[in-house]
Structures are given as structure tokens and as C-alpha cells.
Design a protein around this ligand. Sequence first.
Ligand code: S3P
Length: 176
Amino acid sequence: MKKNYKNICLTGFMGVGKTSVGQDLAERLGIEFFDTDSIIEEAVDMEIPEIFEKKGEPHFREVEEKIVLDALEKKNVVVALGGGAYLNKKIQNAAKESLVICLSMSIGEFLKRLEEYRETRPVLKGKSIDEVKELYKIRAVCYRNCDLDILVDKLSVKEAVNRILEFTKSKGAASH
Ligand code: S3P
């Protein structure tokens, strides 16, 4: 566990609440919050489904890499990543100086919300339940090397934030 970290980075599968938890966490710590998906949308001047549709996923991933690497350079901030960003090895490498927290949701809980999520998450578009389960499995492997994993199934945003704050306090960890 890193005692001194540059910033706090939140990762995890789509729809687990990285943005809400990140916002609340930053507020409680009195530091700035960056949501990389929102920064991408501003930079491209399109919403994410439109970027996928008009420019394609490879273009999205290119912009994502640049924006996430920039965000991870910032000190003493909270950064929430999009669910696919942490698959990128350059991003995983850059996040070695961050306290990386994965918010996890069980596949059962995720599937309950699948239809709602399909509307805003282009990577789910047209995928069968089995394909979604496969994607979930592949992603779960890459999220494993985080500093802290929190199962959010039964947690409110506030409870998830409390867990993070308790964890950093118990380890005497702080941002430098
Ligand atoms: C993606 C997750 C999304 C967004 C994009 C791709 C992914 O972010 O970055 O639709 O590949 O898992 P959320 O995790 O905030 O849904």
C-alpha cells in the first residue's frame, strides 16, 4: 500500500458510481475532482455515444489515453476514469503513483441495470447477456491490481466514500 500518493484514481466497471463517489470524495477532502469522460466530451464537443458512432472507438480510446494521462499528472486531486480506461497499459503504469480504488459491482446487480445502461454505454450496444458477462470477466481481471476494492452493491455513495476515507486514515496514507 502506497503511503504517499500523487492523487486518488477511481476505476471499475461501467455504472458502478465512479463519478458520484469521486465527486463526493473530493468534496469531503476539499480537493478538486476530474471526471475524464466529461473532459473527453468537452474536448471533442460530442457526447460519448456520438463519439463512438461518428468517430469510432479507436478514436475515443486515443483521446481517452491523452486526457487520462494528463489528469493523472495532477497532484492532490480525485480522478474518475471511464470503465475501459484502466485496460490501457500506459494508463495502468501512470496510475502507479496514484491511490487506485476500484469500485466493484456483482454481475447480478449489474445485469439488473443493463437495459438502462445500454442507452448511454456504446460498448454494451448489441451485446447478448453472455457477451456482457464475458466483458465483465475480462475487465475484472484488469481491475484486480488496485490498492483497494470496494463492493458497492449495497452501499450508498456516502457509505462508499466513508470506506475510502477510513482506509486512507487507517493506513496513515496521504496525498503528497
Ligand atoms: C466505457 C465506459 C464509459 C465510457 C465509455 C466506455 C467502457 O464510462 O468511458 O462509454 O469501455 O467501459 P463509465 O464507466 O463511466 O460508464
